[in-house]
Each structure stands twice: as structure tokens, then as C-alpha cells.
Design a binder for this molecule. Structure first.
Ligand SMILES: [Zn+2]
Length: 231
């Protein structure tokens, strides 16, 4: 979007806020100043040319990670608002950007699979954020989407420390009946990639179901502390 249009949208938002007393945020305005930035193709972390990437010492369950950027404002704020303030328009924008990023970069018979959300958590939050991201990524990329996984209630990954996240039990997710993933190329969609444990559990289930390849698309990737620490 060009800057003149953006200025008009910002002005319009201010006018509505001042005159009508209502805030009608626009996702493109909230994402103002955001510049898409790729990370490491294998793990998604921000590349620092002077340091080796942490994925050098880490087993990865997928062949590639796509991302829109590092987990930092305005991207991080937009994800949190989309997820916790139940703002589907913001998730639609993020999903569309992700879909445009992957278009032409994955095999043509790839299926988009969202990381599932447990039923109770979905009910409380009133929104299934990864599903909305996946729907819009599917529309923008032209790839089909399939909800191939189910997930049972565990402590949300966002509420855990980095070491606690690594303990996500392998039986926390399972394949839906009739998912038919044999021989398919899969692109897993998640909002934030931190330790990658959730994606690892999903990947190992899909691998056992006979998928040909697994790639990952996350809206943002959290930069983990490095300084010689093993991930
Ligand atoms: Zn890496």
C-alpha cells in the first residue's frame, strides 16, 4: 500500500475516533512500518552473519521455515491482538501475507495444515487463530487447506518458559480420522515459532502418517538466547 493511501487511512481512523467516539482499527494501519524479513531457511531464526545459526546443533523435523519476520513490534503486537482480542481481520491480513510469501516456493501438491487449537481453549478465546491464518494463506497461495490434526488440552505453550515448552507430550496431538496424508507434501502453519516443540510434535505425527515432506510457515519467529547455549 502506498504511503499516501496509508496517511488517508490513519487520518480516517483519527476522525472516527474523535468524532464518533469509536475505534475501528484497520489491520494495514496497525502494521504500518512493518518490513518483511526472511530468517534462516532451516530454523527460521534471524541470521547474524558473525555467529553460526543455532540450527547447526539442533535436530529439525522439517525441511524449511518461512516467516514474515522476527517476533517484534508491530508483528508481535498484531499477533497478540489477533489472538487474544479476537481480531479476525488482522489474522486474515497476516495469513494473506504468509500465503503470498509461500506462493511458488513449495511443491504444487502441497497441503496447508494449521497447528490445531484445543477445543476448550478455542471456545474461551472465541477464535481459532491458526485456522484463520491457514484459510487466508490457502486463498493467497492457491494451495488447499486441511485440518488434519486434533489436539488435547495442555498448558498453553505461550504460558511456559522456553525449557517448559520442550516438555510438550507427544500424545498431545493426533491425526484426524480420514486425514489421508500418505504421500502428501505438507506446509504446517503456526503463529509464532519459539522452541518449535509444537511443530515438532505435529511433524512427527504427520511423518508417521506417511507424508512426503514437511515445511513450516510461521508468522513470526522468536529469537532465542544464543551465547553458546544449546537449544
Ligand atoms: Zn538456522
Amino acid at each position: 500500500m502506498n504511503s499516501a493511501t496509508n496517511r488517508w487511512l490513519v487520518l480516517l481512523d483519527h476522525l472516527i475516533e474523535d468524532w464518533v467516539g469509536m475505534v475501528l482499527p484497520r489491520p494495514v494501519v496497525a502494521m504500518q512500518g512493518f518490513v518483511q524479513e526472511d530468517g534462516c531457511s532451516w530454523c527460521g531464526e534471524t541470521i547474524h552473519p558473525e555467529e553460526p545459526c543455532p540450527c547447526a546443533t539442533r535436530r529439525l523435523y522439517w525441511t524449511r521455515v518461512f516467516r514474515l519476520g522476527a517476533y517484534a513490534p508491530p508483528l508481535s503486537v498484531s499477533i497478540l491482538q489477533g489472538k487474544y482480542a479476537a481480531w479476525p481481520e488482522m489474522l486474515a491480513l497476516l495469513g494473506t501475507l504468509l500465503g503470498r510469501r509461500i506462493r511458488g516456493c513449495v511443491p504444487p501438491n502441497t497441503v496447508i495444515v494449521p497447528i490445531p487449537m484445543p477445543l476448550i481453549r478455542r471456545w474461551f478465546r472465541r477464535i481459532d487463530h491458526t485456522y484463520i491464518l491457514a484459510v487466508h494463506a490457502s486463498k493467497a497461495s492457491g494451495l488447499p487447506m486441511r485440518r488434519a490434526l486434533w489436539r488435547r488440552e495442555t498448558t498453553p505453550q505461550a504460558a511456559k518458559t522456553a525449557s517448559g515448552r520442550k516438555l510438550l507430550p507427544r500424545n498431545s496431538m493426533w491425526l484426524r480420522p480420514l486425514a489421508r496424508m500418505q504421500g502428501r507434501n505438507v506446509l504446517l502453519i503456526d503463529d509464532v515459532l519459539t522452541t518449535g516443540k509444537t511443530l515438532e510434535v505435529a511433524s512427527s505425527i504427520l511423518q508417521r502418517a506417511g507424508t512426503r515432506s514437511i515445511q513450516v510457515a510461521a508468522v513470526a519467529v522468536t529469537e532465542l538466547p544464543r551465547k553458546g547455549k544449546k537449544l
